[in-house]
Structure formats: C-alpha cells, structure tokens
Ligand binder design. Structure first.
Ligand code: BEZ
Ligand code: FE
Length: 312
C-alpha cells in the first residue's frame, strides 16, 4: 500500500521518494496530476498506468527494456520526408486500424467503413479532370477504369467532394518508392459532379510488402509474419460539412486479402474489380483484358479536417 496521496502536501509539491517498486506508479501519476489540459492529463495518466502494468506483467528485464528503447530510437531515425516509420509501426501492431474503427463507422453508422491512412498519402496530388488518367508515366499493367459515386446518409448524391486517390503500381510500388515512376504517378484529386460521380483511368494495383528495411521489418521477421498488403486503392473524401472519409477499396482476388500485414481489410471494403476479356473497351486504345471498379461511398455530416501528411 503506497502512501503517495497521504504524502502529497499541496497543489504543486509532493513527496516523490520511492520506498519500493509499487510506489513508482502512484508517484508518477501524482507528478502529472496538475496537468492543466484535462484531456492530456487523462491520456498521460492512462498511458503511465498501462505501460507500468505491462512492465510488471511481463517482468521486463533490463536487456528487454534497452531493446524497446532502441526500437523507439530506430523508428525515429528511420523517419524522414519520404518515409514514416512511426506510422508504419502503429500500422503493423494494429493500432492505426483500432483507432480508425474506434472513431469511424460506429454501430448504426451509415458511412462507408474507413481504413487506415497509411504512410504514403501526399497532400498536393494533382487536380485531375473527372474521367482523366492518373497514369503520369509509362506504367505497364492491366488497364483499370474506376467509377465512384459519393452519397450522403440519406442516399443523396453529394456534389463537390474533393476525392484524393493514390495507389501502388502493378509491380507494387508507390511513386515515392520508385525512381522509375514520374512524380505523383498514380495519384490524383477529383471533384464529384452533380450526380456525386467521379471516375478515372488507371492500372490495376498490385499488393506489396510494407517497407521491411527498418525496425518494423525486424519486428515482422522476429514474429514470423509476412509483410504483404493486399492490393488496394486509397480514397480520401473531403468536403466542408461532411466528416472526412479515409478509406481503401481492396482487390478481391488478392492472395493476401485475409492476411493483411497491417490489418486494414474490413469486409465492406472488398471491391468488385471486374475483369473484361471481350466487348467494347472503355477507350479505343485499350486491349483486353481490362478491369472496372464501381464503388459507392457514403459520407456523413460532420467535421471536415485533413490528416497531417505522413510524407511530403
Ligand atoms: C498503405 O496502404 O499505403 C500502407 C499502409 C500501411 C503500411 C504501409 C503501406
Ligand atoms: Fe497502400
């Protein structure tokens, strides 16, 4: 039984002399108890309670503690303008998806399920005319024609939604990872028309391994986990008056659909990427097979705010 609260002598002073390991948690909580910001106070106290409980539960050794600190340091060192290892770590331990689902699409919600932003969203992708192509440098692969509609909770089309899309190439690389692709290849920003519609031409994305040359890769190997994400296209829908929608639509025939390394797949987000072997192609220069994807997004009324870009 610790005596920290009994020992507290005033608003700002308390006795932080530790008698035994049991004292550490209440002493730290008391030190933080005057945090003026109530939400920060709540979060920091809960974090300390849980991380101390974790250390006690596993009886963390000093070597293991050093390994954990080294992991944190290496995550920071591996992060730069073109790569965000911190987000990748949160993704790989399921924290990004958990926070995403805690805050979006609660029971009874009508909005489209959200999915993690991931580390590759860039803020200033090129505005592209509806129906235009996001292929900005030669990118061999099956042609894909995407047609989407954005509706509100009542099913009414929403005009003027800025929809940002980004995807990997048919060899599984984002342009920022691949010097052979033009800047902003397979990225674009569209505006929905009066019918809530947007469409674009692209190539069928491939699944890809998350970056494994940093500490997250070490963690996956230590856990005997594969690093693959099933192929998908990212969508970010933004319009003042609507809750920003951040999601992904997954390719239904991908071999890693049921074992995403970052736990992003929910059933509603598996798209119908339909293969066409014959018939009239959507553009004269298209050869079979080509693919089409039709998808309807539902956006709810709410706060429109953009996330902090993970890379520049
Ligand atoms: C992505 O979908 O872009 C992504 C998500 C998590 C880790 C790596 C990439
Ligand atoms: Fe992705």
């Amino acid at each position: 039984m610790n005596s920290v609260s009994a020992r507290r002598s005033g608003q700002e002073e308390f006795d932080s002399i530790i008698e035994s390991q049991e004292d550490v948690t209440p002493v730290v909580l008391a030190a933080m108890a005057q945090t003026p910001n109530a939400r920060l106070r709540e979060i920091a106290a809960s974090f300390v309670r849980h991380i101390h409980a974790f250390a006690r539960e596993v009886k963390l050794t000093e070597d293991e503690y050093d390994t954990g600190i080294d992991l944190l340091n290496r995550i920071g060192q591996a992060t730069n303008d073109r790569h965000n290892e911190g987000i990748l770590f949160a993704d790989a331990i399921g924290l990004s998806t958990l926070v995403c689902l805690l805050n979006n699409g609660n029971a009874g919600a009508t909005e489209t399920a959200s999915a993690l932003l991931g580390p590759f969203w860039r803020m200033n992708s090129p505005h592209t005319a509806n129906g235009g192509s996001i292929v900005r440098s030669p990118t061999p692969g099956a042609e894909l024609f995407v047609s989407c509609q954005v509706v509100d909770a009542a099913g009414k089309p929403v005009e003027g939604v800025e929809v940002d899309v980004w995807q990997s190439s048919p060899v599984g690389l984002y342009e920022n990872q691949d010097d052979s692709q033009a800047d902003m290849n397979l990225r674009g920003k569209f505006l929905t028309d009066a019918q809530g519609h947007l469409g674009f031409r692209s190539v069928k994305p491939a699944g890809y391994p998350v970056p494994t040359d940093g500490p997250v890769g070490d963690m996956l190997r230590a856990q005997s986990r594969h690093p693959y994400r099933p192929a998908h296209i990212h969508f970010l829908g933004f319009k003042p008056g609507f809750k920003t929608l951040i999601t992904q639509v997954f390719v239904d025939d991908d071999q890693h659909l049921t074992s995403d390394a970052v736990f992003g797949v929910t059933r509603a987000l598996i798209g119908d990427y339909r293969r066409h072997d014959s018939g009239t192609p959507p553009a004269p220069d298209v050869r079979a097979p080509w693919y089409t994807l039709d998808y309807t997004f539902v956006m709810e009324a709410g706060d429109a705010k953009l996330p902090v870009p993970p890379i520049k």
